[in-house]
Design a protein around this ligand. Structure first.
Ligand SMILES: [Cu+2]
Length: 108
């Protein structure tokens, strides 16, 4: 059973750097909290004055969102030029907690 013991020791050694890496990432909450992802959906409202767009979008797994309807701040607001309610769009979103921005959006 000497082989089994040395194999177990080897797998413990392999796990240590992985666990250390995860701990180091957890120490940077601001970097970890900002997530980006690409989504598809339909515009339900555009507020050009407020610089926001409301999109009924499908799931965005990289941000951890299910399908939902939500309002995004447009960054920059000029992204909203030419967009109107009812359009189907593809977009890139950036989320930090419940604050969400679109950084790119185009009719699809
Ligand atoms: Cu959403």
């Amino acid at each position: 059973m000497k082989l089994t013991h040395s194999m177990r020791a080897a797998s413990i050694l392999l796990l240590v750097p992985i666990a250390t890496g995860a701990f180091a990432q957890a120490g940077k909450p601001s970097a970890a909290a900002m997530k980006t992802g690409n989504g598809m959906g339909a515009i339900t409202a555009v507020d050009a004055k407020g610089g926001t767009v409301t999109i009924k979008h499908g799931p965005i797994p990289s941000i951890g969102w299910p399908a939902m309807t939500m309002t995004f701040k447009a960054a920059p607001p000029s992204l909203l030029k030419g967009l109107r309610s009812g359009q189907r769009v593809a977009f890139t979103a950036r989320a930090k907690g419940m604050a969400a921005e679109v950084t790119a959006i185009s009719p699809h």
